[in-house]
Structure formats: C-alpha cells, structure tokens
Design a protein around this ligand. Sequence first.
Ligand code: AMP
Length: 290
Amino acid sequence: MRARLNTCKFHAGLVSFASCVTTVTASGARLRKLTSMNTIFKKDRAAWLQGPSAKCSAVPGEHKHPWRLILLGAPGVGKGTQAELLTGRLDACHLSTGDLFRAAKERKDCDQSSAMKEALEYMRRGELVPDSTVWEMVRERSACILDCGGFILDGFPRTLGQAESLKELMEKEKISLSAVINYELPLDEIVQRLSGRRTCEKCKSIFHVKERPPKVKAVCDRCGGRLYQREDDRPKAITVRLEAYERSTAPLIQFYKNLGLLMPIVAKGSPDEILARTMDKLDKLAADAA
Ligand code: AMP
C-alpha cells in the first residue's frame, strides 16, 4: 500500500490516481479493474507507427519522473501484452519496433522504401532486421523517446549495437532509463504461447487461443477486428526467432545487468498476474527513488 502510494507521488498523473484506487480493493477486483482501465488509456501511437510527421491522438501527460522502460525477453514471453497493460498503468507510450514493421507492411507497396521492403523480408523469415535499418527508423522517431512523457520499449534494442546506439542517444540528451525488465520463461512454454497467439488485424490487441481467448472466436473483444496468426508465429519462423534471440538478444541481459538496470520478472501465469508482479517491483523502485 505504502509503496503504491509512493508511485502516485513519484509518477503523478491521470493514471497514477487509478493506481491508488485499485490498491485498496481486493486483489481479484483490483486486477479486473486494471484491465478495464487499460482499455481507456489505449493510444494510437501514430507518430511511432506512421512516422514523425503523424500526430498521436493521445499523448502522455506531463510527468516530473516519466517511466522509461525497456522490456526484454524471448519472443512469445508476453512482452507485447505486458507493454500494453503497463502503458495504461504508467501513462507511457508503447514503442514496439515489431509493430512499426507490421504497420509498414500494411502500407501500399509504393509507399515502402527499398530498405523497408528488405526489412520486411527478414521479418517474414523470422530473422532480425539489420541494425542500420532498425536504427534509421528509431532515430527518425527519436521524439517518441526523448520528448514523450515516458516510454515502454518492446522489441528494441535487440542487439548490443542497438543498445549502444540507444545509450548514446539518451546520454546526449541527458535522460536515463528507469529499468530494463527481463521476462523469464522456460522454452517449452514460450513455444506454446507463440503458436497459440492471435493478433487483431485492426487494433493489434493480442489474444491467445487458450490463455486469453476472445469472447467470440477469432473476433477482437476491443474493436471487433479479425484475429489472425502472424506469419512469424508459425512453427518454422518460431525456431528461427528463438535462435536469433539466443544469439543476439540474450547478451543484452548482461549488458543491462552491468549498468545496474536489470529487473528480472518470472513470466509464468496469466497476463494480470505478471502485471501485478511487475507493478510490485516498479512500485518498490519508485519508493526507493523517492
Ligand atoms: P516482434 O513483434 O518484436 O517479435 O518483432 C517481429 C519481427 O520484427 C522480428 O522477428 C524481427 O524480424 C523484426 N524486428 C523487430 N524489432 C527488431 C529489432 N529491434 N531488431 C531487429 N529486428 C527487429
């Protein structure tokens, strides 16, 4: 209770008030309330998904201490779902490079640069897109990182090169990360999660055929859009993605551990249970910093 109230003080804003209210209710009710609050605070992330000239429909409020988080963890560990839930709790922007590439994929062929077309081929095979292309896209959107009320980076950085580029950018602007959350889950559970995952083609909300099924089969609860299985969630691409993770992304754990930023979280259980575990640690971090 004390820690959560500290979060309200530390990260004052619209959503922080909701954090206080939810704390005093019974835990089950609290978690249900969390989910409904998150629906309200969903942002369209236009500047991130479409490019820096687009305007976001809703931007985070002014925060004295915005949350600046990176989510690490193998593909399928639930980073996207947690990023969505945390966005509502922390009033920060969900910045996913995977979503960025998927948004580009939906654009008309003539609107895609040759670098983007090449990037989408890597993505289709489940391979990592080259650092230079990824960094070009992130750098173009650096306002989402530097000037935004707070951010939750999901799927970026994915290599040491990307992590170094981000560190340099943030150091230049004299801003620092709050924490790097590493979601941990055994391999067999990861494969099961990935193969059952379904994504809304309209609002990109994430469901799971068993763990988080929609109310109506293949229809998004949030916007009524059609749910589909991502090309890179099919078995062959899953293997390639997990190998790419081990090779390129796992070393980031040590990188951020050395910087004293790593926050490990067990990613077992339902999305709400994982969220509660994450919030407890973030509350503690905020309390220690206050
Ligand atoms: P995700 O939705 O984060 O799993 O990303 C889907 C795919 O997009 C990955 O399998 C990669 O092909 C590509 N991708 C996304 N983010 C990055 C990144 N930071 N570096 C390289 N490739 C990326």
